[in-house]
Design a protein around this ligand. Sequence first.
Ligand SMILES: [Fe+2]
Length: 190
Amino acid sequence: MVVDNMGLDHVAIKVRDIEQTIEFYTDVMNMAVSDRIGDTVAFLRTPAVSEQADHHEMNITQYSDEELDVLEQRGELELDLHEFEEDLPEGGPPMLPTTGPIYHIAFEVPNYQSIRDAADELEARNHPIYRGPGRHGPGNNIFLYFPDPDGYPIELTAKMEEAPEDGGRPARQWPQSPDTWNVWRNAEDL
Ligand SMILES: [Fe+2]
């Protein structure tokens, strides 16, 4: 191996309007700006679910003017995120509305109540919710998906199955089915 010990540290995404994105991640997600570079790059940190927050878990960079032109040609400069809410395929994780390759970015929250409260608040703000609350089969984690201003689906997740340091159980093979993605799919409203 090349690396024998590590964890996932931060994600970096490109966005259409950095000020709009900063407003979303600070106002909706309670994140804070740690640093900025010029007027097109910002570093954001989470509100310290862990005991001590690192400098950043996210790095956002505004697309260059040339890249924005390409998005405009594709008709992706302006997005109506509510449209995608209606067009999501049955079952499976939510798709990024644009042609970008990132499926979703997940943030851990303490428990189910945090996810339920977030869903209620998003509804009060008329912010689209793509999926959830639900519970994934693999990982057994509770989830809620909703888009950021660029359409990147944000996942709030809680109570993921822990993996023991030594050994652990063998990997399972799950069926390709909506019930795999959400074991609560047929549950009564929670
Ligand atoms: Fe996920």
